[in-house]
Design a protein around this ligand. Structure first.
Ligand code: GDP
Length: 478
């Protein structure tokens, strides 16, 4: 399986390079080796081209990563503001965080694929809220941007309005396609609210310009990766890397995001205490973006109706109280994740008080109910990561429309989820439906043609990009 292929070779590389691991402290990463004990092996194999590309990327990262001589030379160039062609051959993309953990994981993955395609090294500007969530993904080097990076303190304040972003420089004509002297760094603003000029990033002509700039500092909170599949600069390479377009996040996500030992301890303990013994695990992710538009009663009815329609769980016999369990019962366990407790309470009461009509025993659990999103809190992100990962260990997955939290779980799992459609004036009919692919949705893609600058439906450009089932203006690979 693909997980084994990647794991084996990485593990071997870690072992082989142990004695020369001087760049970063020898790091333990239990999940890297142990995940095979918990995860279903993936039926999706990575292409051998992707595997070899990752190996070459690891070499590049080792050569150009933090604290190397090449990195030091490149920093000098960054500080000077000018491109100096003798300053080495390393180029970088620095990722800057925005929003919740699901959004972050998806935008890091997009930035990583961009780095792979453009021979850049990906460095993560890690704020304290993300410390010790993930293992280092690349052997004998670090992807964390060093503390003494020149603009480190300014980066979290970088938004759409900053005058020196690429989009704004184009707008003010400070930079154009024939500018002879390009700066040694540029800011790219690619979050959900980026504008037309920011989105020129997705045009081949702009990529030609950007390829000359050694440092790109990128802020994004979206899965912008599908738009790279619409660009002719990258399409041949992407075809070789990903013959199966539905598995891009599945492969890259499993490659990049291994829970740290601290997080892994929590995942495995919860799994063993509550989920391991069941014959079937059903994950239900309930994300409420607005209590006003998604009132509790309607969402609960939608969930129950989805469960029934899709035959996910047996019906209960409300005439009877819980009887002693029959001998040949099968057992199902439901993992509910939500910021709120009410959905779990209702399901738990239902299956706790009445027997099922099939005689199966159903247990319901919810690891936490944090009430509010607090993405600047480290412990809150730990809990979010634990739950995303636990969801990804399910046999069946129900997710909420629009939620990147759910997208990450489905992608790591490698499964097309049942999506609870967004509630409008009424509960949607059907209440949920199978995703067309396991890929995440890009919520805010460009909607113009780079050549004519006219508005177009970009999904007509290629056969493997569609509009998302949960956001009609979003696009996804399938
Ligand atoms: P999205 O907003 O649903 O696209 O997902 P994000 O992960 O980007 O942001 C939502 C954040 O809210 C998460 O990262 C968590 O911090 C928190 N959150 C939302 N739903 C849950 C949940 O079911 N469990 C936990 N522990 N946290 C959640």
């Amino acid at each position: 399986n693909c997980q084994d292929t990647t794991l084996d070779s990485i593990t071997a590389r870690f072992a082989a390079t142990k004695s020369s691991a001087i760049d970063i402290e020898e790091e333990s990463c239990l999940s890297r080796n142990q995940s095979v004990l918990y995860r279903k092996s993936s039926p999706h194999k990575p292409s051998s081209y992707l595997v070899s590309k990752l190996r070459s990327y690891e070499e590049l990262h080792k050569r150009c990563g933090p604290r190397t001589n090449s990195y030091k030379r490149s920093l000098k160039q960054l500080k000077s503001g000018q491109i100096d062609h003798d300053s080495g051959d390393c180029k970088y993309v620095v990722w800057v965080a925005d929003c919740g953990l699901g959004n972050r994981i998806l935008s890091i993955t997009s930035a990583f694929l961009y780095a792979l395609l453009t021979d850049r090294v990906l460095l993560i500007n890690q704020e304290q809220e993300m410390v010790d969530l993930f293992c280092e993904p690349f052997p004998t080097s670090s992807w964390i941007l060093p503390q003494d990076f020149p603009f480190k303190n300014k980066m979290s304040g970088f938004n759409q309005k900053v005058g020196h972003s690429y989009g704004n420089l184009l707008k003010s004509n400070t930079i154009n396609y024939s500018t002879p002297m390009l700066p040694s760094y540029l800011y790219l603003y690619l979050s959900h609210d980026c504008d037309h000029d920011d989105q020129l990033f997705f045009c081949d002509q702009d990529q030609a310009l950007l390829s000359k700039v050694p440092w790109l500092i990128m802020r994004s909170n979206v899965y912008f990766l599908p738009s790279m599949f619409l660009m002719s600069s990258f399409d041949q390479e992407l075809d070789k890397l990903f013959p199966d377009k539905e598995t891009v996040f599945h492969h890259l996500g499993r490659y990049l995001f291994h829970p740290s030992d601290r997080v892994w301890g929590l995942i495995t303990k919860y799994y063993q205490d509550y989920l391991a013994k069941a014959e079937k695990r059903i994950g239900i992710q309930i994300r409420i973006f607005s209590a006003k538009t998604s009132p509790f009663g309607s969402v609960m009815d939608q969930i129950l109706s989805c469960i029934q329609k899709e035959k996910l769980l047996p019906e209960v016999d409300t005439e009877k109280s819980i009887a002693s369990p029959s001998k040949n019962q099968t057992s199902k366990v439901v993992l509910v994740t939500s910021l709120f407790q009410g959905y779990f309470e209702k399901l738990n009461k239902m299956y706790g008080e009445h027997p099922t009509k099939t005689g199966e025993v159903v247990a319901v659990y919810q690891p936490s109910h944090e009430r509010k999103q607090q993405s600047w809190e480290n412990s809150h992100n730990v809990q979010a990561w634990v739950e995303i990962y636990l969801l990804s260990l399910s046999d069946e997955l129900v997710t909420s429309a629009w939620s990147t939290f759910g997208y990450v779980a489905q992608g790591l799992r490698g499964m097309r989820p049942l999506i609870l459609y967004k509630i409008g004036r009424a509960i949607p009919d059907p209440p949920c439906g199978r995703g067309v692919s396991m890929e995440p949705c890009y919520h805010a893609p460009p909607i113009f043609d780079c050549k004519t600058k006219k508005t177009v439906d970009t999904t007509t450009f290629v056969s493997h990009v569609k509009h998302c089932e949960d956001i009609r203006w979003g696009i996804k690979l399938f």
